[in-house]
Design a protein around this ligand. Structure first.
Ligand code: FES
Length: 352
């Protein structure tokens, strides 16, 4: 943990250790016996002095009081970062107070993203565990904590959400400065949870109406777009004029007829074949998707998965092998064909 801004402790009058111990509430004495760190001891003592100055008892403590304490534990107001750090130090003690019935409210509920999720969310997470990787499950936990943190602040329940009610969440997530890819994951995870609730008849509104496809931010395109015709002509001219053998190799690849990142559908006899060029390699597979027959040549390349994405249901098939790399795997692999480039021509081996 980063070092915490030290609290200024003002001693008015020296008192004996025994006198100090007697003046402390029993619960605090018990807590101090667990040997918390120095900063934690200081913030806990400061907290009790703050209560004393306001003649507040623990039983009367409210979340509002606690927030005020964290913002201004002594005379000076602290920054939100310092306030978060004080909260971090104090929360263990507050949890003990709550568990022993000294305070009325559960301090966990004051976290921006509550650690405890409702039992429904746990049920959903348990249903993911057999089929998803541990990291994916963790990402769902983080997304749901964030989502429930926002819902709790507004006293909303996912079961009663409406489109106007959830719309500010999109803006908040955007304003939080998350990258587009993180926002996509967050929305995807929360929508999966809402769909799960809907399947169990726990939602009134359709989850796909609450989080629509248009709410997903556009991801930046890392693949080079196909060159324009003029740029392509100029490139070929320069490559042809070059003395560098690497330029000739590039020219050869270009003359095979495929531009970088391009997907091309061919009709070879009865068969529809997809040719794709990616990272200097030409690959071939069946163009007709084995899921429902859409043409993969109408789709696009996913650089992260090194796969072609079917435009109909967005299943991804790995370039070169045709392996279905979408989870869950709801259809078979695409048939891939060996490709050879000879003398500027693409040779495909379609039959064994
Ligand atoms: S038709 Fe290709 S994924 Fe459904």
């Amino acid at each position: 943990m980063p070092p915490v801004k030290p609290l200024h402790v003002r001693r008015t009058r020296p008192r004996s250790r025994a006198a100090v111990r007697l003046a402390l509430p029993l619960v605090l004495q018990d807590f101090l016996r667990t040997s918390p760190g120095r900063q934690t001891r200081l913030i806990v003592h400061t907290f009790h002095r703050w209560l004393g100055r306001r003649r507040l008892t623990l039983a009367k403590l409210t979340p509002g009081h606690l927030r005020r304490f964290l913002v201004r534990p002594q005379r000076v107001r602290v920054t939100s970062k310092t306030s978060d750090e004080y909260w971090y130090l104090l929360r263990g003690y507050l949890q003990i107070l709550y568990d022993r019935g000294f305070i009325e409210f559960d301090p966990e509920r004051l976290r921006r993203h509550p650690k405890r999720l409702p039992s429904l969310a746990h049920e959903f997470l348990a249903s993911l565990a057999p089929t998803r990787r541990p990291n994916t499950c963790r990402s769902f936990v983080t997304a749901l904590r964030r989502f429930y943190g926002w819902l709790d602040q507004r006293k909303l329940a996912p079961q009663h959400l409406t489109r106007p009610a959830i719309a500010p969440w999109f803006q908040e997530v955007h304003a939080a400065g998350l990258k587009a890819a993180s926002r996509v994951h967050l929305l995807y995870d929360v929508r999966a949870y809402l769909r799960w609730l809907s399947e169990r008849r726990r939602m009134r509104t359709s989850p796909d109406d609450l989080i629509r496809t248009t709410d997903f931010p556009k991801l930046p395109l890392y693949l080079p777009r196909p060159l324009t015709k003029d740029a392509d002509r100029e490139l070929q001219r320069r490559l042809a004029a070059s003395e560098d053998p690497r330029a000739w190799a590039l020219l050869l690849m270009r003359r095979t007829g495929l531009r970088i990142g391009e997907l091309r559908g061919l009709e070879v006899g009865e068969r529809l074949v997809l040719l794709a060029r990616y990272q200097g390699r030409i690959t071939a597979m069946d163009d007709s998707c084995n899921h429902a027959g859409c043409l993969l040549s109408g789709g696009w390349l996913d650089p992260r998965k090194r796969a072609v994405v079917c435009p109909c249901h967005e299943y991804c098939f790995e370039l070169g092998t045709g392996r279905n790399v979408t989870i869950p795997r709801l259809c078979a692999d695409q048939r891939a064909f060996p490709v050879r480039v000879e003398a500027g021509r693409v040779l495909l081996k379609l039959e064994d």
